[in-house]
Design a protein around this ligand. Structure first.
Ligand SMILES: [Zn+2]
Length: 495
C-alpha cells in the first residue's frame, strides 16, 4: 500500500481514473478507494487530501490544495474542481463573485467549518444538509456503460428531486459518509435497498413542477451564466406577475392571487424533502413568495429563487430573456409604474395644489394607487381634517346651496373636496338645495348659450337652431319650454 503521505505517483507508472461526466469529487474518490486496495477509508482520504476526514465532506470538501498537488492537477486545479465537481457549483449564480472566490480559497485550505454559514445555508429553513441522491435509471445505464454506478452532481442539487434526463424520482441515500464512529466511501451500487428513501409520488401539476424545477436548476448553474441578482429576479418576478394581472393598482404584488396559483401549480411538492418551506406560501404574508417579491434584499437559499422561477417562467432561458428586457438598470418602478399618469399626478398635486383624491379622480386613477405614488414621490399633500361640523358645516352648506361645485366649496373652506362631497351626499336637504341651485345655474348657462347662438344666426329657423351645436335647444324645449317659447314666438308657433 502506498503510504498516506506519499506522492501518488512515486510507485512508478500510475494512472488516475478520469472523472465521469457530471461526477462529484466524492464519487471519484470513492471509486479511487475501491481501486486502490486501501483497507481503511481514512487512508484514502489521507492519501488524496493529506487529511484523514477531508474527503468525506461529500458536498463541500476542504484540502483541495493538497488534492490538486497530490493528483498533479490531472483532474484539474482546485478552483476547477470546486466549480465543476462539488456542490459549490450550485451556489455560484446566487452568491457574489467575491464570496465564491472566498469559498474556493476556504475549500483549497484546511477547514470548511464556517463555509456553509457564510453561504447563508443554515439560516434558511431548507438547511445545509445535502443528502446523497441517485436516479435508478442512471445507475443502471452507468453500470452498463462504465461498470460502476456513480454520484451525479446534478442529482445532488437541493432543488433537484427528479432526474433531468429520465424524469424518474431520485432516491435519497440514508447511509452517512461521515459519522463520529465511521467514515465510508459510499457508491450508489453498494447502498442496500433499505437505505434508500423514496419520497411520496407526485401527480399532475406537482409532478410537472418538480421536473421543471429540476431542469431549471441544472440550466441555472451552467458555467458562464451570469450572477443572479435578487433585485433583478424580483423585478422579473413582478413583471411576470404584472403580465398575469397579479399586481394591485398600487404596484404591489397581489399575494393572494399569486399564492393560489402557486399552490395549484406546485401541489404536493411540500412533501419532497427540503421543499417543505413552500407550505409557508399559504400563509397571509405569502411565505417565501412574499419575501422575495417584497423589497427584501437579503440573499435567500437558491432553492427558493429556483422554485419562484419555475413557478413564473417556463424555462431558465425565458427568465434570461425577461431579465434582458428589464435591463441592468431597471428598477421596480420602471417595471411596474411607468405610467404617464404618475407625472400628471405629481403636476396636479405639486403645481395645481389639488388633493390626492381630487387629482386621482381627474386622472381616473384608483385612490390607492394615487396615494402610493404620492407617498413614493414625496408629493406635498396634507390630510385635511375629515370631521366636518360647526362653522365649517355651515360654510359648506351655504356654498352648496349657492350651487357651487364641491371643488369651489373646498377652495373657499378648509375642507377637502372629498369631505364636501361626503357632506353633500349625507345631508338630504343640502343635496336637494344644491341640486336645485345647480339646475338653475345650468339652465341659466344654457339660456345664455342659446341666445348667443340665436344672435349669431338671426335668420335661422327652428330646425337649423336645433341642429346648431351648443344651442341646447332640445334640453330647453324639455325643461324650459315657456322661456324658449317666449324667445322664439314666431318660430315656436310654426313648430
Ligand atoms: Zn436518470
Amino acid at each position: 500500500m502506498t503510504n498516506a503521505s506519499e506522492d501518488l505517483f512515486t510507485a512508478g507508472p500510475f494512472f488516475l481514473q478520469r472523472l465521469f461526466p457530471d461526477e462529484t469529487l466524492y464519487s471519484w474518490c470513492a471509486r479511487y478507494h475501491r481501486l486502490s486496495g486501501n483497507r481503511l477509508a481514512r487512508d484514502t482520504s489521507l492519501q488524496l487530501f493529506a487529511s484523514p476526514t477531508a474527503g468525506f465532506w461529500h458536498d463541500l470538501p476542504s484540502h483541495l490544495g493538497a488534492f490538486q498537488k497530490r493528483t498533479r492537477q490531472q483532474l484539474g486545479d482546485a478552483e476547477a474542481i470546486c466549480r465543476q465537481h462539488t456542490l459549490l457549483r450550485y451556489y455560484i449564480p446566487f452568491r457574489s463573485a467575491s464570496l465564491i472566490r472566498e469559498s474556493i480559497e476556504t475549500m483549497t485550505g484546511a477547514s470548511v467549518r464556517d463555509l456553509k454559514f457564510r453561504l447563508g445555508l443554515p439560516a434558511s429553513r431548507i438547511g445545509a444538509n445535502h443528502p446523497l441522491k441517485a436516479c435508478p435509471t442512471c445507475m443502471a445505464e452507468d453500470q452498463a456503460a462504465t461498470g460502476i454506478a456513480y454520484w451525479h452532481l446534478e442529482h445532488q442539487y437541493p432543488s433537484v428531486w427528479v432526474c433531468p434526463k429520465h424524469s424518474s424520482k431520485l432516491m435519497q441515500c440514508t447511509s452517512r459518509t461521515k459519522t463520529t464512529q465511521r467514515l465510508q466511501w459510499v457508491l450508489p451500487d453498494m447502498v442496500d435497498s433499505d437505505s434508500w428513501l423514496h419520497y411520496p409520488d407526485l401527480r399532475g401539476p406537482g409532478a410537472q413542477f418538480a421536473q421543471k424545477l429540476a431542469q431549471i436548476s441544472c440550466d441555472a448553474v451552467q458555467p458562464g451564466n451570469q450572477n443572479l441578482d435578487p433585485t433583478i429576479l424580483r423585478d422579473c418576478g413582478l413583471k411576470a406577475a404584472h403580465e398575469r394581472g397579479w399586481l394591485q393598482d398600487s404596484g404591489r404584488a397581489n399575494l393572494m392571487a399569486i399564492r393560489e396559483e402557486f399552490l395549484d401549480q406546485a401541489s404536493g411538492i411540500a412533501d419532497v424533502p427540503g421543499l417543505d418551506f413552500v407550505r409557508g406560501a399559504a400563509g397571509r404574508d405569502g411565505g417565501f413568495l412574499g419575501s422575495i417579491l417584497r423589497s427584501d434584499r437579503a440573499h435567500k437559499h437558491p432553492v427558493k429563487y429556483l422554485v419562484l422561477i419555475a413557478f413564473l417562467f417556463d424555462s431558465w432561458k425565458k427568465l434570461v430573456t425577461f431579465a434582458h428586457e428589464c435591463g441592468p438598470n431597471s428598477d421596480h418602478h420602471s417595471l411596474t409604474e411607468s405610467d404617464h399618469r404618475r407625472t400628471l399626478l405629481a403636476q396636479k398635486i405639486r403645481d395645481n395644489g389639488l388633493t390626492v383624491s381630487e387629482a386621482a379622480r381627474r386622472l381616473s386613477l384608483p385612490l390607492s394607487k394615487a396615494m402610493y405614488w404620492a407617498k413614493k414621490d414625496q408629493l406635498p399633500f396634507e390630510r385635511r381634517p375629515r370631521k366636518v361640523d360647526g362653522d365649517l358645516a355651515r360654510e359648506i352648506a351655504y356654498g352648496l346651496a349657492q350651487g357651487l361645485s364641491c371643488e369651489e366649496v373646498a377652495q373657499k373652506t378648509t375642507a377637502s373636496i372629498d369631505a364636501v362631497r361626503r357632506y353633500r351626499d349625507t345631508h338630504g336637504d343640502v343635496r336637494a338645495a344644491w341640486n336645485a341651485a345647480r339646475g338653475l345655474r345650468q339652465r341659466d348657462a344654457f339660456r345664455r348659450d342659446f341666445l348667443e347662438v340665436m344672435q349669431a344666426n338671426p335668420d335661422a329657423h327652428q330646425t337649423r337652431l336645433r341642429k346648431t351645436p351648443g344651442s341646447h335647444f332640445d334640453w330647453l324645449r324639455k325643461h324650459d319650454h315657456e322661456w324658449l317659447a317666449n324667445q322664439l314666438p314666431g318660430l315656436w308657433r310654426l313648430a
